[in-house]
Write a protein that binds this ligand. Structure first.
Ligand SMILES: *Cc1c(COP(=O)(O)O)cnc(C)c1O
Length: 391
């Protein structure tokens, strides 16, 4: 069955798992079995033990591999499990060049776990290719990219980094959580491994924690499969099913949320009480043209900075629609406080150095009417004026 001639949104629905070959069921069956009867002493079947492979997880792995344009997908119990397992491709004595604007959990893994195992790292501003080149050492084995980055939405040139990595026989990892294959295909731009927190846009409903990885090379696929099975941080079948269901509406959800995100970013950009707006879909974003050239959209996450922490606290006390929570990429808008949430594991000095100040908020735009969000934000900003927090 060749489905690759269809558009992305069609392929979300009409792929090799559109029905179950055994029954015709139009939803992938949840196979709870942990073990599988073997009919022969010498020749085992495709499935033997569910950590190694099971049909429900396999369906999700097939679907994400196809959507990312890879040859093999892997499903893990969380985004961090996917990222950590991918890092196990490295050995003691290896070195990673990593974006300084990285997800807090990845920062913690690299600085507090990998370092203990003898895997070295250098953080760089990946928007500056010269800095990336300067960080390379003879033992550099991987380049770790997150674009757009969290929470400052900086854009890294995936093609340029992949080319540098290839010259040094190193791998390029790209965390594609913010854009998903609906908007950005890192493997086509030269990356070796795409990573996801499927907890976010891919599943989209704030009801499952999951991680995915996709590769395009047979040898790397074998190595990563070996690690997935050895380390064992696999995704359970119920959760695999939830991600498969969420994926079917990925395109419509992201399209709508992205449209609203642009509208909100434009509103915030013009608002006198907002110091900075970070959204790569704004023409004023320093990497707007790079973003436009390597992705088909800017996504639905933006950050904005208020004048100070007091203003932020007043805004938080009065804003009504978004949930105030960790996470992103859901049907409901989610407002987060990076300094106390996603980047709490980073010291204050490290955060401030990166621009993640105590007056920065991140907004993941959901499916509400954007005018309702703008109205809600406006009334919360007015409270700041009433409290004479701003002159
Ligand atoms: C949430 C997130 C992760 C971690 O994923 P979990 O599913 O929470 O383990 C990694 N990278 C990015 C960009 C994220 O937003």
């Amino acid at each position: 069955m060749a489905h690759d001639e269809y558009c992305f949104e069609t392929r979300l629905l009409h792929n090799q798992h559109k029905w179950d070959p055994a029954t015709g069921a139009v939803s992938v069956p949840i196979q709870h079995a942990s073990t599988f009867h073997q009919f022969d002493v010498d020749q085992f079947g495709k499935y033997d033990y569910a950590r190694s492979l099971n049909p429900t997880r396999e369906a999700l792995e097939d679907v994400i591999a196809e959507l990312e344009g890879g040859i093999k997908g892997f499903a893990f119990s969380s985004g961090m499990a996917a990222i950590s397992t991918a890092f196990l491709l490295l050995s003691a004595g290896d070195h990673v060049v990593i974006t300084e604007d990285v997800y807090g959990g990845t920062y913690r893994m690299v600085t507090q776990v990998l370092s203990r195992l003898g895997i070295e790292h250098t953080f760089v501003d990946m928007t500056d290719i010269d800095q990336v080149k300067l960080a390379i050492r003879p033992n550099t084995k991987a380049f770790y990219v997150e674009t757009p980055s969290n929470p400052l939405l900086k854009v890294t040139d995936i093609q340029a980094i992949s080319q540098i990595a290839k010259q040094h026989h190193a791998l390029t990892f790209v965390d594609n959580t913010f854009l998903t294959p609906a908007l950005q295909k890192p493997l086509e731009l030269g990356a070796d491994i795409v990573l996801h927190s499927a907890t976010k846009f891919l599943s989209g409903h704030s009801d499952v924690v999951a991680g995915l990885a996709v590769v395009k090379d047979e040898t790397l696929a074998k190595q990563l499969y070996f690690l997935q099975n050895s380390f064992g941080a696999i995704l359970g079948v119920q959760d695999a099913w939830l991600v498969l269901r969420g994926l079917k509406t990925l395109h419509v959800r992201l399209e709508q949320s992205q449209k609203s995100a642009l509208k909100l970013a434009q509103f915030l950009e013009k608002h006198p009480l907002i110091k900075n707006v970070y959204y790569p879909g704004l023409k004023t974003h320093p990497q707007f043209s790079l973003q436009t050239s390597q992705a088909s959209g800017a996504g639905a996450v933006l950050s904005f900075e208020l004048v100070d922490e007091n203003a932020l606290r007043t805004f938080h006390a009065h804003v009504k629609i978004p949930v105030f929570a960790v996470s992103l990429g859901a049907v409901e808008s989610i407002l987060s406080y990076p300094a106390k949430m996603s980047h709490a594991s980073m010291s204050k000095e490290e955060r401030e150095k990166r621009g993640i100040t105590n007056s920065l908020l991140r907004l993941s735009v959901g499916l509400e009417n954007p005018d309702d969000l703008i109205k809600d934000f406006s009334q919360a900003f007015e409270q700041m004026l009433k409290n004479e927090l701003v002159f």
